[in-house]
Write a protein that binds this ligand. Structure first.
Ligand code: SAH
Length: 267
């Protein structure tokens, strides 16, 4: 028995065992006991994760895949309580679950060969929950993986790059061709890893920082003094050289500096 791939769930099953092992091995296992795999499908990554010391929880939205996993992994003890079991299978939509509740506020690494239609939302959710997520790695559409890892000066540097890199060190690990999936996707895939920075709090108001980054990139071709008008910049502030730049020219630290200037608004 195997699971028939469903397009609307972004199902492309990885068929190459070496790549599956390489993705599982991308986790460093530092600073946590729990690993959460999102979208295990038929468990190609899961079996390599189970060989590691960590406790593994998988969350899968597809009932057929959950049934397959329950049948195939004799080890498993299904439970909503992740405190004691080595392997836990949860059925559900990752975007609707509270990470802190499932893991009782413990540290948990997130991994997956992610459904591409929701991969950015998965990253934003990891960023929101960074207090509990020391490490995150997985497979994305290559273009998205590169965008997340890209530095200032690049055309694809954007909101997700700045917000991820503000809290995590991001590393692009390797590219995976369509031919190793069933069914093959139309595009290349890329595997990246984020490791949370030692200091993952910002020296500025985080809400304001998020809002400045998003607003600036919403009009990425304009100078900041124009795209950030809604922040009611004082005249003297608008004259500062940083406001003559475009968002893709600013490093993460310069976005922090910019936020601090806006918070003080010329004072
Ligand atoms: N990890 C497997 C499957 C990858 S395909 C492999 O590498 O072969 C992506 C998987 O994510 C599918 O199994 C799909 O059912 C699951 N999925 C899609 N949306 C999801 C969601 N919102 N929450 C949890 N799992 C989801």
């Amino acid at each position: 028995m195997s699971v028939r791939a469903k397009k609307h769930l972004g199902q492309h099953f990885l068929t190459d065992e070496n790549i599956a092992k390489k993705i599982a091995d991308s986790l460093t296992e530092n600073g946590y006991d729990d690993v959460l795999e999102i979208g295990p499908g038929m468990g190609v990554l899961t079996k390599y994760l189970l060989q590691k010391k960590s406790k593994v929880t998988v969350m899968e939205i597809d009932r057929d895949s959950v049934a397959y996993l329950k049948e195939t992994f004799p080890l498993e003890h299904i439970s909503l309580d992740t405190s004691s079991e080595k392997f836990t299978i949860l059925e559900g939509d990752f975007l609707k679950k509270q990470i802190s509740e499932i893991f009782n506020k413990k540290q948990v690494a997130i991994i997956g060969n992610f459904p591409y239609n929701i991969s950015s939302q998965i990253v934003f959710k990891a960023i929101e929950n960074r207090e509990f997520v020391p490490e995150f790695s997985g497979m994305f559409q290559k273009e998205v993986a590169m965008r997340i890892a890209e530095k200032e000066g690049s055309k694809v540097y954007g909101i997700i790059s700045v917000l991820t890199q503000a809290f995590f060190d991001v590393e692009y690990l390797f590219t995976v061709p369509p031919s190793v999936f069933n069914p093959p996707p139309k595009v290349d895939s890329g595997v990246i890893r984020f490791i949370r920075k030692e200091n993952y709090t910002l020296p500025v108001d985080e809400k304001l920082f998020f809002s400045v980054v998003k607003t600036a990139f919403n009009q990425r071709r304009k100078m900041l003094r124009s795209s950030l008008k809604s922040f009611k910049l004082s005249d003297s502030l608008k004259e500062e050289p940083i406001f003559a730049k475009r968002p893709e020219q600013l490093s993460v630290n310069q976005f922090i500096e910019l936020t601090s200037k806006i918070a003080n608004n010329g004072i």
